[in-house]
Write a protein that binds this ligand. Structure first.
Ligand SMILES: [Fe+2]
Ligand SMILES: [Fe+2]
Length: 346
């Protein structure tokens, strides 16, 4: 399936965003030329050459427009992520939640249509926008449709062990923050898997970086009891946790775990992640999903958002995206052939 538009070399150009504010502010830039940008290199987990695509927060809608999530581009962005991952022949396609705008039937229909072209296996966790207690689909139906079983689901994907967790309704109750309840963590601990693994969960585990931390209250964005949750994940053999929900790319370490916050597929900067596991560790690359015009449009919607606009503008002006990789645990100088972010769009 071909994406709607915005393929080709245009999106690999160095992008300069419009000057914000009075005109005295410096221009910012996002994603240097040459394709993917390395967000992090972790020394764990290691693997034998597996590459996984992770798409977070596509918020698919066939009808809505505008907002921080640039709803009228959601189909286009997700379609491009699917096509890119297929072209790169990845070993698996993972969705880190908020597949839909609001969990509507027509939104899931669009998701299913687009996911049918994604490279198998295709696995997803739910986000807070996907499930309503008592609504359709039920949590069990979502799990069956998008993970082939009841969460936590653990699968071997191209030689890498991946565990999918539902953080949307800990203990079966609605909450602003997400959480992994005792049953979920016990399920992971007792599943008999001993291999090091990657966990995918919608809500954030680690604190968000500045400047978005000031506009994203932990009570709404992080898993509840994050320290105890991280320790339980580590005890179950998790070495890397990939999260969505914050719609902001970052990487860090937290209580000994590698943690990656995936960018939003739909919002500024529209992108998805590639995780590559090899003998020296894990390389996390950000793969742009918009050309210069698309990135500028997403930026303009983002900076006019009442809640997060000022923080997004400050991040761009301050050169946030120029400071990647945010984690560098691999001595690339010592490697004859250092891992690099893959080039796309050629
Ligand atoms: Fe989201
Ligand atoms: Fe979310």
């Amino acid at each position: 399936m071909a994406p709607d538009t915005e393929r080709g070399g245009e999106r690999n150009r160095r992008v300069e965003l419009p000057e914000a504010g009075s005109g005295s502010e410096p221009r910012g830039s996002v994603f240097p030329a040459g394709g993917g940008t390395t967000l992090a290199r972790f020394d764990r987990p290691r693997g034998s050459g597996t590459t996984l695509a992770v798409v977070a927060d596509p918020h698919l809608t066939p009808t809505d427009r505008g907002s921080f999530n640039v709803y009228h581009r959601t189909k286009q962005r997700f379609q491009m992520a699917v096509a890119d991952a297929d072209r790169l022949d990845v070993d698996g396609f993972l969705v880190a939640g908020d597949l839909t705008k609001d969990g509507a039937t027509e939104e899931f229909a669009l998701a299913d249509e687009l996911l049918s072209a994604a490279p198998a296996p295709t696995l997803a966790v739910p986000g807070n926008h996907d499930l309503d207690p008592g609504g359709e689909p039920s949590a069990a139906a979502f799990a069956d449709r998008y993970a082939g079983g009841e969460y936590p689901v653990t699968r071997e994907v191209g030689g890498t062990t991946v565990s999918l967790l539902d953080s949307t309704h800990p203990d079966g109750v609605e909450s602003l923050a997400g959480g992994l309840d005792a049953a979920a963590l016990l399920g992971l601990a007792n599943d008999g898997v001993t291999a090091p693994r990657v966990a995918v969960v919608h809500h954030a585990l680690a604190p968000l970086p500045a400047p978005v931390d000031t506009v994203c209250p932990a009570a709404q964005y992080r898993l509840r009891e994050p320290a105890a949750t991280a320790d339980a994940l580590a005890d179950a053999g998790v070495e890397l946790v990939v999260t969505g929900h914050a719609h902001w790319p970052y990487a860090t370490t937290y209580r000994g775990l590698g943690v990656v916050g995936a960018p939003g597929c739909c919002s500024f900067p529209p992108a998805y992640l590639l995780l590559h596991f090899d003998a020296v560790g894990t390389t996390v690359s950000i793969m742009p999903l918009a050309d210069e015009a698309g990135l500028t449009e997403a930026y303009e919607f983002a900076v006019t958002d009442d809640r997060r606009g000022d923080a997004v503008r400050a991040a761009v002006i301050d050169g946030y995206f120029g400071r990647f990789p945010m984690v560098e645990e691999v001595d690339t100088q010592a490697l004859a052939d250092p891992p690099t972010a893959p080039s796309v769009g050629n």
